[in-house]
Design a protein. Structure first.
Length: 261
């Protein structure tokens, strides 16, 4: 099969059915960070004392507004520092807007910081129960996903060993396995994600595709690559210095991105 044929096949896998239900809404959202030279300045900043070592403020998101409907697959395009990660951290609830409102309706699974929230003193199995409880899953739901996580992560006997004995790759494998086992309603994916060896990466990509093709799952995809954006998504939002500069069909969005950046 030629590369062109393969590309056409990939594009045919992109979802086309989208609901009218809005599941994510940003309404004039600004996220401001205060920058300091040292820890002393940051500590004073907690008490709104911006004196020693204060460098100024940066709007990582700047008056950002958009809506995403259930079932959409949307690519966020932009250079480093454009505000992509900040926007998605607000979707996942890791951080909150300084101004404006963010509304998210649905269970979010983020393939971003895979090892965040794990307790290294607990075993892999115990950590799955801990993270499930933090996400609000009941005992039956946790019991249902536990074997899925164990099988996908493929850690063998280490699944019941303390995570302090894991390599960074093993922790990431467990984090990925959990993220894709919870049947998310909103999936946030970073294209730079690299987990484990080549065989495991292939399994990860196949699972992401499977989730993305579910018409009930909304997908937010972070990328620098126009070809990757076209492969997975039907809509693109281009960000620059925290501001939305383009929002439209994926072909038009990638053309705009390539022309200006």
């Amino acid at each position: 099969m030629s590369s062109n044929d393969e590309a056409k096949k990939e594009r045919s896998l992109t979802k086309t059915s989208v609901s009218d239900e809005v599941v994510i809404r940003f309404d004039h959202v600004t996220k401001t960070y205060h920058l300091y030279k040292n820890d002393k300045g940051r500590l004073l900043g907690v008490f709104n004392i911006h004196k020693a070592g204060y460098l100024g403020e940066v709007n990582a998101s700047n008056d950002l507004s958009f809506e995403i409907k259930k079932g959409e697959a949307v690519s966020f395009l932009g250079r480093n520092g454009a505000g992509k990660s900040t926007a998605l951290k607000m979707v996942t609830g890791v951080t909150h807007p300084t101004k404006g409102t963010v509304e998210v309706n649905g269970r979010v699974s983020a393939l971003l910081e895979l090892t965040a929230g794990f307790d290294k003193q607990l075993t892999g199995r115990e950590n799955i129960h801990l993270r499930g409880q933090i996400m609000g899953l009941n005992k039956d739901e946790i019991a249902a996903i536990e074997p899925k996580v164990e099988e996908f992560a493929d850690l063998g006997l280490y699944f019941d060993q303390p995570m302090r004995t894991y390599s960074s790759g093993m922790r990431a494998r467990l984090g990925f396995a959990f993220a894709v086992a919870i049947d998310p309603e909103i999936l946030v994916v970073d294209e730079a994600l690299s987990v484990g060896d080549r065989a495991f990466q292939k399994k990860c990509i196949a699972r992401i595709r499977e989730i993305m093709m579910d018409e009930n799952v909304t997908v937010l995809f972070v990328t620098h690559s126009s070809s990757t954006a076209k492969e997975f998504c039907s809509r693109g939002i281009v960000l620059d210095k925290g501001t939305k500069v383009f929002d439209g069909g994926i072909d038009e969005a990638t053309a705009y991105y390539e022309q200006h950046y």
